[in-house]
Design a protein. Structure first.
Length: 563
């Protein structure tokens, strides 16, 4: 994003165009909230927000709270970003619709005149704040670090154009989600229209008359190879979608034979019969491949002519009755007899075929919508990338360039002044921040804290960019790195060991010399990549002439059999 910006889009520190701060500690006690009228935004309010703006808060402060506590009210249009705790990783953002007070766990950005609040919101959603966290295990952001992050700043008119396009795309996604939710309600409605409600099923068969019900089991966990097979083995945590195609765990044929589990055919209805979730939900799924399952599930195998969807929606239609039976026993589950005795509507072949065709058409529609939503997600990501690199509005910018000239001139003059007050001494820190921003935060990088990411970026810089020796030691780096690790070899050695354990650097023994002759010292090097290989091929820096001589002498002694 940052490498191909238009010439009219400077990269600007957030702190130069926004006030950056944080909320206050929450007043303790109901007395400060009773009858309150002033919005008080907590982390959970940001987490629940489904649109750019927070429209309501759980808590509201009263006059007593404002009188007894020094609380800052933030203006409408301020951007809220979680700055401590697990919420940092969730990447949630929200704008204030009205002036509000804010909890201390939230950073607050108050946009200045040169940045549109909604542009700042959408741009911030593309930034992974975990990259700024001091320690991934206990994430927290410093507002000073947030202020140094540089973002692209188009003219305000172009920002508003970008926001308009992104809002249109967001509305399309909202309508898709709404259509998907309505589609989910279609099949139950059609089932009710064809077969009626449970009160109309008098004289119908019992579930046990139309199906075969089988139980499950768990192969022994002490036999590890039981769980290295290809047969899907379902547990209650797998029953999340109506059509189940695969499971988290798989077992061998031997495991099935040695346990109480059973392999059931495709089209079997799996019902969770023992779980605390039965207090409010009945998880069901239709197998799309043969599979087996644990003892917390029953498999309902329909007889010929009975559609599995018919069984699923027969169960869902009498959900309240089924769950009351599950809660009525100390076992927190449904017994086999309770399942067998459930009433069903009369399944005439004509009605069954009507329902089968309708449910199949809706399933196909739902699958098409899921595919469309997945494509929409990818399109959304591509749209954001284009939006904040200048490509999305390239034609608009060219068409309106002359109208933007005065706006750009005023902005740039103000930015020059803002940069002067933003402290020139921070420019080196800006460059460091950009390097930290470029490092991954997943995989082997996931456990790195902020200081470790700083050091890794510094190592990359001095080895690849600078004319630096091939081998790394804590003592050398303590002299060469800048910042808080300068002249702290013990802390650096601790970090180097941490990197080596994760394969980010490689521990090696480097030849050296001491009073007794040739010796070896522990050190590290970066893995050789194509980027570094040319530099390393001819690299002899760091191996002094006396060491090279000692190595040659050792080789001669080996050749002559003296060693």
């Amino acid at each position: 994003m940052m490498n191909t910006l238009p010439s009219t889009w400077p990269l600007v520190p957030i702190g130069a165009i926004c006030q950056v701060g944080a909320g206050n500690g929450a007043p303790q006690g109901d007395a400060y909230f009773a009858g309150g009228t002033y919005p008080f935004v907590r982390m959970q309010d940001v987490g629940r927000c489904q649109s750019p703006y927070i429209t309501t808060t759980v808590d509201r402060l009263n006059d007593l709270a404002l009188e007894k506590h020094s609380l800052r009210q933030w203006p409408a249009g301020s951007l809220l970003i979680p700055k401590s705790g697990a919420s940092v990783a969730l990447n949630k953002r929200a704008l204030l619709r009205e002036p509000a007070y804010v909890v201390s766990h939230l950073a607050v950005l108050v946009p200045g005149i040169f940045i549109d609040p909604e542009y700042l919101y959408y741009l911030s959603c593309t930034l992974d704040m975990m990259r700024l966290a001091l320690d991934p295990a206990y994430p927290s952001l410093r507002t000073s670090d947030l202020a140094r992050v540089r973002i692209p700043l188009p003219p305000i008119s172009e920002q508003q154009q970008i926001v308009e396009i992104l809002q249109e795309a967001e509305e399309i996604r909202r309508l898709r989600a709404e259509a998907e939710a309505k589609t989910d309600r279609l099949v139950p409605a059609i089932f009710d229209a064809i077969f009626g409600s449970p009160s109309e099923w008098k004289g119908g068969p019992k579930l046990g008359e139309l199906v075969q019900i089988v139980g499950g089991g768990t192969p022994s966990r002490s036999v590890e190879h039981y769980y290295s097979g290809q047969i899907p083995w379902a547990t209650s945590k797998d029953i999340k979608t109506l059509y189940l195609e695969d499971t988290e765990e798989h077992v061998t044929e031997e495991a099935v034979q040695a346990s109480a589990t059973n392999v059931v055919p495709k089209g079997t209805v799996l019902v969770v019969v023992k779980s605390k979730i039965l207090a409010h939900t009945l998880p069901v799924a239709i197998t799309q491949v043969p599979m087996c399952f644990g003892q917390d599930i029953k498999g309902i195998i329909p007889t010929s002519g009975i559609a599995p969807e018919f069984l699923v929606y027969s169960l869902q239609a009498q959900l309240g009755r089924i769950l009351s039976r599950a809660r009525g026993a100390n076992t927190e589950g449904l017994t086999l007899e309770a399942l067998k005795s459930l009433n069903l509507p009369k399944p005439s072949s004509k009605l069954m075929e009507r329902f089968r065709v309708a449910s199949e058409e809706i399933r196909n529609l739902k699958e098409a919508m899921v595919t469309c939503n997945q494509m929409g997600f990818l399109t959304s990501a591509a749209l954001s990338a284009h939006a904040f690199s200048g490509q999305l509005t390239a034609g608009w910018r060219e068409e309106w360039y002359h109208n933007l000239s005065d706006e750009i001139e005023q902005r740039d003059a103000a930015l020059m002044e803002a940069r002067a007050t933003f402290a020139n001494s921070r420019m080196a820190t800006m460059q460091e921040m950009e390097k930290i921003w470029e490092l991954p935060t997943d995989g082997i990088y996931a456990d790195l804290n902020r200081e470790q990411r700083d050091l890794l970026s510094e190592i990359e810089r001095i080895v690849v960019v600078s004319n630096y020796r091939r081998y790394l030691t804590a003592e050398q780096l303590a002299t060469d790195v800048e910042g808080p690790l300068h002249r702290h070899p013990q802390r650096i050695e601790s970090h180097l060991s941490f990197f080596a354990a994760r394969g980010l650097i490689i521990p090696v023994s480097r030849p050296c010399s001491d009073s007794t002759g040739p010796a070896f010292a522990a050190c590290y090097r970066l893995p050789v990549t194509k980027k570094r290989s040319l530099k390393y091929d001819d690299d002899t820096t760091g191996i002094d002439d006396d060491i090279r001589g000692s190595l040659m002498e050792t080789q001669r002694n080996l050749a002559m059999g003296r060693i």
